[in-house]
Design a protein around this ligand. Structure first.
Ligand code: DGJ
Length: 739
């Protein structure tokens, strides 16, 4: 890892073993982008990569020889002068001007990686793991200074970027657009992959070929959203899972975002990612500063699995914090789909007792334990245990669960309030609202104004009180509606554009306080399923409820899609009842368990309703997860066959020393008289002989080259461990090196 600085040509070359990223100061003082891709030799200057030309209709403020901003690739471009593409930054000034002109002033290098105050961000514990280049620029007219941060990780194809503005001028300005990253690429030969969906069908990969014009995804819902994930891949058209060039952009942020690629008619691609400029502004009084959240940019030449593995490793080692960063996750039972709101302590204890018998380690009480929350019309915000349900409160229930030999976890939805609640009656001004406009309800609830510190303080008081007085080992932090009418009564008119961002900062603040005070508690984030599954929240909560859809077949797709950007250890996954509550589909218990193995694993049903035979299987699956969760959750994950393209999707995890692996193979619909099937594995050592339990012994090169012959019951037996007949089937293959 090196940062080469060439003072004469004013060239900056960031390099590690995976990529080179090269910039230079342009003749007009702006920062130009020269190259991003495979590592290349360092040299004094790369001016041959500078696209200097003036074409008909090109403009230039400085009459620079043969050079126009319209055609040169830049690092942090501005709209309004000679570049007609979208800019990364816009500053509204007192005189109505929005133009700025950031000119290079200098640089500094920081060993390691500085933290971003108040924001989640990747980190290094050892300074030698990363180096940060900070470029200093300034706009002479406004006096605003800009610092562009570039951190190169030593051992990974990862570069992170963020921007920091300081108003050194004498007048206030409004920042109205401040992207975290802008990257101009010299061509448009890319497939753009986004992860789209909706409630109960999150993060389905959607691919577009880039072409002239703008392709964008966004969230304007106040949370990163079920609809679009703040994660985008640009890959070369021929890149597949195992080979080829690709880059991924992950926004370490949980609020409104924009990710877009603008391809001009010279086939130059400008990629940008940052806080969505719609309804965003940030007032900078003289002396104030503003930091954008960070974007992680990962690069590979070895295909999409390698790109995903880079994100998995980065997030597991340099984003997720706390005790559970590298720790296997408890096997839990959650009562939501077992009871919904219809429970009392007796019922809960009966569910817990049966789960305990099956080897489950933690009982989680979901929604409905507080205030008047007997359904979703009332009680949100009143975080006091409902004595009619829980005579000894949460403290008493958690004690009883612990006495049974299990840990106890609890659900909160800290950001919300029902109008029918004591909290709302006492503080009707504590919700997001716009004067003289009606508030929209969603799930009969309003959004607390987390841009106000006193609101966050109040919720902190209640939640931390319960956590302190009870024996709680896990918290599920839910968030069940998108944000509308985003205004705050606590801020003046010229700061209303700050509320979306201030809201998320309030959420981060509460997370920070709770995780710091209760380091032993495992937090799982949730937003009506996977509506806030983003890198920002992983900084606070090591796992997220992947989706409210617990059907195994849909979960294969959802977990497969999620795996492009996020590690297995972060995906909340439970075995639920059949017929499935979201789809009414009946899938075998085996398939439900074997899908959930590739996640944090838990149960979301009343095990008392299962037959003795099923209970015996549940015990077996729970034990399997205990025996293998280290590998399942922290091994190297490979996608083998896509559920979006194949009736037989498959994936696998491989241990760090490559001596063990677990393959999950699924079949959606059974077919009569089926072809013999082979599954080519990945990530093994060619020269090691592996025993595939129930199938025989094979060398790694055989398993990766010829493949594991799997076949099925209909077409002939190739081993003991075969795919059961029937629809929605699955099989797990365990591999162990025998020499
Ligand atoms: C939505 C979550 O995703 C569910 O798991 C459950 O916690 C409900 N909210 C409770 O209201």
């Amino acid at each position: 890892m090196s940062v080469y600085i060439h003072e004469t040509s004013r060239t900056f070359h960031l390099q590690n073993q995976q990529f080179s990223y090269i910039m230079k100061v342009l003749p007009n003082g702006h920062m130009g982008q020269l190259y991003f891709g495979r590592p290349i030799h360092d040299r004094e200057n790369y001016d041959y990569l500078l696209e200097k030309c003036i074409r008909s209709h090109s403009a230039s403020p400085d009459l620079l020889e043969g050079f126009s901003l319209e055609h040169v690739r830049q690092e942090y471009p501005v709209y309004g002068s000679a570049d007609f593409r979208q800019g990364a930054v816009e500053i509204l000034q007192e005189n109505g001007s929005r133009l700025c002109d950031f000119v290079y002033r200098g640089y500094r290098i920081i060993e390691g990686k500085p933290r971003l105050t108040g924001l989640p961000a990747t980190y290094v514990e050892d300074e030698s793991d990363a180096q940060t280049l900070v470029l200093n620029l300034s706009d002479a007219v406004t006096g605003v200074e800009l610092e562009l941060f570039y951190t190169v990780f030593r051992e990974m194809g990862v570069l992170t970027r963020s921007a920091h503005f300081i108003n050194k001028g004498s007048k206030a300005v409004q920042l109205t657009r401040a992207m975290s990253l802008s990257l101009d690429l010299p061509d448009d030969q890319y497939d753009w992959i986004q992860f789209s969906g909706s409630w109960a069908r999150e993060r389905m990969p959607v691919t577009h070929r880039l072409s002239e014009g703008i392709h964008a995804i966004e969230s304007l819902r106040g949370h990163s959203s079920h609809q679009q994930n703040p994660f985008v891949i640009l890959k070369r058209p021929r890149t597949d899972e195992f080979s080829g060039e690709a880059m991924g952009f992950s926004f370490v942020y949980s609020g409104n975002f924009l990710a877009q690629a603008e391809v001009d008619t010279y086939q130059v691609t400008r990629f940008m990612m940052g806080i969505h400029p719609t309804w965003f502004s940030w007032k900078l009084e003289s002396g104030d500063d503003f930091t954008t959240p960070e974007v992680v940019l990962a690069y590979t030449r070895e295909g999409l699995n390698d790109l995903s593995q880079t994100f998995h490793r980065l997030f597991q080692n340099h984003l997720i914090r706390g005790e559970y960063r590298h720790k296997v996750r408890p096997i839990l039972i959650n009562n939501w789909e077992a009871t919904y709101f219809d429970f009392n302590e007796e019922k809960l204890l009966a569910i817990a007792a049966k789960a305990k018998e099956c080897g489950v380690e933690m009982f989680v009480l979901d929604d409905g334990w507080f205030g008047a929350r007997r359904n979703d019309y009332a009680g949100l915000g009143d975080w006091y245990p409902a004595k009619e349900l829980l005579p000894d409160g949460i403290a008493g229930l958690s004690e009883k669960i612990e006495q049974m030999g299990m840990k106890f976890g609890l659900w909160f939805e800290p950001e919300m309030v029902n109008p029918d609640s004591d909290l709302y009656r006492a503080h009707p001004d504590w919700v997001l609202q716009i004067p003289d406009r009606k508030n929209s309800l969603a799930r009969h609830q309003l959004v607390l104004d987390f841009s106000r510190p006193e609101v966050v303080d109040y919720i902190y008081g209640l939640v931390s009180g319960i956590l302190r007085e009870s024996r709680i080992s896990y918290v599920k932090w839910d968030m069940n509606r998108s944000i509308t009418e985003c205004g705050s009564q606590a801020y003046p008119a010229d700061r209303q554009g700050e509320i979306f961002h201030r809201y998320i900062l309030g959420v981060y603040d509460l997370y920070e306080r709770l995780t710091a005070e209760f380091p032993h508690i495992l937090f799982e984030s949730c937003a009506g399923g996977g509506g806030r599954f983003d890198a920002g929240l992983l900084y606070y909560a090591p796992q997220a409820w992947t989706s409210d859809d617990t059907d195994a077949v849909e979960r294969i797709k959802i977990q497969y899609g999620t795996s492009y950007g996020y590690p297995v250890s972060s995906m909340g996954s439970h075995v639920s009842a059949v017929p499935n509550h979201q789809l009414n589909r009946i899938t075998p218990l085996k398939t439900r368990a074997e899908t959930a193995f590739f996640g944090t694993y838990g149960y979301e049903l009343d095990l008392n309703r299962l037959s003795e035979e099923e209970i015996a299987d549940v015990r077996k699956y729970t034990q399997f997860m205990k025996d293998h969760r280290e590998l399942l959750q922290f091994g190297t994950f490979y996608r083998l066959r896509s559920p979006f393209e194949s009736n037989e999707p498959a994936w696998m995890v491989v241990s760090g020393d490559q001596k063990e692996a677990i393959v999950g193979s699924f079949r959606i619909l059974s077919k009569a008289n089926q072809a013999f099937m082979r599954l080519r594995l990945a990530g093994l050592r060619e020269d090691l002989l592996y025993e595939v339990e129930g199938m025989g012994t094979f060398y790694g090169d055989e398993l990766m080259g010829a493949g594991l012959v799997t076949s099925d019951a209909a077409t002939g037996k190739v081993g003991e461990n075969i795919m059961p007949s029937g629809d929605f089937s699955s099989v797990i293959y365990l591999l162990k090196a025998v020499k």
